[in-house]
Design a protein around this ligand. Sequence first.
Ligand SMILES: *Cc1c(COP(=O)(O)O)cnc(C)c1O
Length: 499
Amino acid sequence: MTAMHKLAELDHQYVWHPFTQMRDWLKREPIVIVSGKGAVLRDARNREYLDANASIWTNLHGHGHPQINAAVRKQLGKIAHSSALGFANEPASLLANRLVSVAGQGKPGLAKVFFSDDGSTAMEVALKLAYVHAQRTGRAKRPRFLSLQGAYHGDTVGAVGLGHIDLFHKTYAGLLFKTDQVMAPYCYRCPFNRAKPERADAREYRKCNHECIDLIEKRFAVQKRKGNPYAAFVIEPLMQGAAGMIPQPRGWLGRVAEIARSEGAQLIADEVMTGFGRTGIPARQNQSRNFAAMPDAHAGLELCAPSATTAAISSRSLFACQHEGVQPDYLCVAKGLTGGYLPMAATLTTQAVFDAFLGDYSEFKTFFHGHSFTGNQLGAAAALASLNVLQSGASLRARQRLQQTFTEQLQSLWSLPQVGDIRQVGLMAGIELVKDWRTRAPFKLREQAGIRVCEAMGRRGVLTRPIGNVIVLMPPYCMTAAQVARMVGALHESIGEAL
Ligand SMILES: *Cc1c(COP(=O)(O)O)cnc(C)c1O
């Protein structure tokens, strides 16, 4: 046993880690990351690892990207930060313009950008704006919010209130405001899915009558009858992340957005995880044989999806909402905004919401919210550079190739009896581990199946974090085919070893 690394010792002595039982943490030497290049992280002992969850879903183009590094350096030569309270600045102005243009794809809708620091604050901003907007437009005196079962929207108190992860709600019950939840489409464990387990993504073989959508319709109707219709419906479009990588069947998003709209509710899209190309190339546009060959079990739902808008979907779509032609009233982005380089977030909203806050000074209609680092120049410069990379032909082609390789590699996992469901949406996937795929019998949380598998992956030089029994794979877009094979291979071996 070698002595603990000095930096690891200091960590043990002073640092308190997020979402971590520190008693367990203190039992062993932590990996101390000192540098990164592309999809590879290097630690203080000079060991190398694949960054298989893109540094908790933030990194887009890999570490140490020359274009982003150069942009941050260039900005640093001018100024690192000045306040958005009272002053405008160069990169924030440019970035706001750019975000409105990529989010709108030429259509009117999202027109204004409120900057903040992370996903939670982007959600807090949307929540407060929607709350005040509902009051000022006369929709509700005490605006109520509807969100999805298992939803995760961040860790500040308002954002936790919008989420529905029981453990967090129990812990902070007395602090939270009340929101309603409605069934999320979790096809693999849906009580309405009558299909026996198959060796495929449960969305492809499910048998149901879209009861989850009926429940949403009913929920809106019941609330309206109570005389207090919902102010807003909050969703993580296409894939719920921290809920356990729960993807929505095709057509679901378009249909529920339509329901919310027809009830007059606003739509808050939390694209903190899904934004900036993470949801991949829309299926229709993807010419790869995998997608062409995919049996379409969603025909029923697709009938409901507004087909006129799907024509507008292009391979240039960077947001999950755009895959189904949905225009939210609030679009919240963070994690990948700066390519995962610096903490920065944005809440995009409409002219109508903006206008509800206009008035004479003495009317005090001002949006009373802000952060010291709102509109930070270094972050905005990194974000602009990241968008340049993202919109280049080279990145688009690399992402198309990565998506195809990723799909192909993931298929190898079906040979394992402990793999119950493989849920890929574009450039991310959740692999749900079960005791036996034929029964879908889950591991108990205290068996730590996910944790044990990820530890075994770590020993093989591949780093990711589980969500309960779900293993998350989220490659940086620069990951090579060989690295993808190594990442999935390590998961394959680790499941064999740990379970
Ligand atoms: C990570 C995440 C958040 C919270 O973002 P932070 O930057 O961690 O505050 C909110 N919503 C979703 C969907 C997320 O994945």
